[in-house]
Design a protein around this ligand. Structure first.
Ligand code: ZN
Length: 339
């Protein structure tokens, strides 16, 4: 039987410091041909120095990297990509959904603001808090340099390496972010899960607008997707022996973690459903009591995103419905269907 904690001969986990509340982010180095880095941390001098030191400790330089895989568009995972590509000429592999965030973050941020503003206004969010949230993503672009995807990755694609030979299959697993991919090596039963599965915190199913090209189309239901794609990771065959995560320690029992996360979201959805027993509520009326003591715009954003995600889940199950009147959306329980 394989030792569950034996270090992988194929990859090296590199933990990088970040200036963000989650104080570190994990990158993964695949020491094979082509030399490949998976995620790279934000554009920050401390992060870059730590990455250079970690590579040097293995006898590599940034200039030696041939491929850079970006698992999703969040700046704490992709910010240094522009720097790395400028120095190494590495190919950039990522899901096409991430392209507008990677090529021109600020333009895409601006483009998305009306989408968010409409949801918050319809959700009854008070003006000052709405303003705070609109400003909360300002300046975010300073954490990344633009970079273009040179090889789009999607479900079923295979990354093939030599010396030592190995293959990693791409799983498209949106939920935490719309362009998130995991990589699985079914020979070694190692999963690269980034922020799809995190051992010690529950990943936020972050509210996002419809992808470019379907603007005005239906809003993605990120929690519904997230729960479905978590189940896919729990059902991998053979079962993952270890899942390397985007923050913190690896997960050694993916099935158990997925059960835990699913139960957590189930409880939160039930709590929101119960809060509607007293009558219809707006998104803001439901969010406020769940997340007391918030002050920062980004915290309000994440709290509202989380509540709306659970309403989406309840709606997909036919347990609640959204009613729109005079520009205000209220959520109401639907009578239980008995059969
Ligand atoms: Zn993330």
């Amino acid at each position: 039987m394989r030792n569950k904690k034996a270090p992988s001969p194929l990859l090296k986990l590199i933990t990088l410091p970040t200036p963000f509340p989650l104080s570190t982010v994990n990158a993964v180095l695949i020491e094979a041909q082509p030399l490949t880095l998976i995620d790279c941390g934000p554009k920050d001098p401390g992060t870059l120095a730590a990455l250079e030191a970690a590579l040097a400790a293995r006898g590599h330089r940034i200039e030696d990297l041939r491929q850079l895989v970006l698992t999703h568009h969040h700046v704490d995972h992709v910010g240094l990509a522009g720097t790395i590509v400028a120095r190494s000429g590495a190919a950039v592999l990522s899901h096409p959904y991430n392209a507008p965030y990677l090529t021109n973050f600020e333009a895409h941020r601006q483009r998305n603001l009306p989408f968010f503003a409409q949801i918050w206004a319809e959700g009854g969010v008070p003006g000052p808090i709405l303003e705070k949230m609109l400003h909360s993503s300002e300046g975010m672009g300073r954490w990344l340099d633009p970079v273009a995807i040179t090889r789009p990755l999607d479900e079923g694609d295979i990354l093939t390496f030599t010396d030592p030979p190995q293959q990693w299959r791409v799983y498209y697993t949106p939920g935490h972010a719309g362009g998130l991919i995991c990589l699985y090596n079914n020979h070694t039963a190692e999963l690269l899960a980034n922020d799809h599965l995190i051992r010690d915190i529950s990943s936020n199913p972050v509210l996002e607008p419809p992808p470019l090209g379907s603007v005005g189309g239906p809003r993605p239901k990120r929690l519904v997707e997230y729960l479905r794609h978590m189940q896919r990771m729990a059902a991998l065959a053979p079962a993952p022996r270890i899942a390397y995560t985007g923050h913190g320690e690896p997960v050694l029992d993916v099935g158990e973690l997925v059960r835990k996360r699913t139960a957590f979201h189930r409880r939160r959805a039930d709590k929101i459903h119960a809060a509607l027993a007293a009558g219809p509520r707006t998104l803001w009326q439901l969010t406020e009591p769940l997340f007391a003591r918030l002050t920062r715009g980004m915290d309000f954003f994440l709290a509202i995103s989380e509540t709306l995600a659970h309403l989406d889940l309840l709606e997909s199950e036919g347990r609640v419905e959204a009613l729109c009147r005079n520009g205000l959306v209220t959520w109401a329980q639907r009578p239980a269907v008995s059969d």
